[in-house]
Design a protein around this ligand. Sequence first.
Ligand code: ZN
Length: 186
Amino acid sequence: MTIHRIRLLGDPILRAKCEPITKPRSTAVRVIMDDMRETLRDWQSRFGSGRAIAAPQIGAPVRVINVEMDQPWTLINPEIIDIGNEDFEVWDDCFSFPNLLVRVSRAHRIRVRYQDLKGEWTEVEVEGDRAELLQHEIDHLDGVLAVDRPQGLDPFCLREEWHRLHGPGGRYGPPESRSETYATSL
Ligand SMILES: [Zn+2]
């Protein structure tokens, strides 16, 4: 397994329309998934944050996402097949621009279809933080970043400033409404 450099905003590979995986059980796919997991865990151990990673962020323009929340979860060729009516706003962040927060609007509930490690198609319905996380990651597979989805007035905030405003003892205190949720998705 290899820990990769995270590709940063400006790298053209982050704008690629990623290719579908045709052989989910192949060795090549296994290597990419292992490297994504290793790279994400390395980031978590160094910075204490990070919930998911998309393949283009390690330089592989293919449709794979790795989520590490309560347990490892790999989604191959994921697609959103249904979106709920309710939206919510979050301050989103990303490994690929770690010091910038962007206020975006996401659907509260989505239904996602994907292939698992055996190549079996599965459907899952997720809401809240999991829903916005998967929307962020699936965007990556289409070359779309949170900076492309700014919402409302003054939608960009440097992390340091965000903590100054909203952190403990900050000028505005912690966000109270859901519209000011800090996603910490990275
Ligand atoms: Zn990201």
